[in-house]
Design a protein. Structure first.
Length: 98
């Protein structure tokens, strides 16, 4: 079974950082989805992609995947750098607009 271990990024809709410090293990689907003939909904025989496991550290998640015998991939976040700004910069008369 294949899993991906990563830290979720914060959502664009809110400024909160809930669950961005934890590491998430997401299972990848083994089977192809199919169209259910009566209603036309998309179905699958594999329910593991609906399961998400959360860990406090990357090492815990990797150790769990090794113990269970999963093939895993770790995706690390890029460093998010916020350039320093001053409130007074909003009122400069000679600022360059992009």
């Amino acid at each position: 079974m294949r899993v991906t271990i990563y830290q979720p990024s914060k959502t664009a809709m809110q400024s909160g950082t809930r669950r961005t410090k934890q590491w998430r293990m997401a299972f990848e689907s083994d089977g192809a989805p199919f169209i259910e003939p009566l209603m036309g909904w998309v179905g699958s025989k594999d329910t593991t992609p609906q399961v998400d496991l959360y860990f406090d550290s990357e090492e815990e998640a990797c150790e769990y995947a090794r113990r269970k015998g999963y093939d895993f991939t770790v995706k690390r976040k890029k460093a998010h750098v916020i350039p320093p700004k001053s409130y007074a910069d909003n009122f400069k008369t000679n600022k360059v607009r992009t």
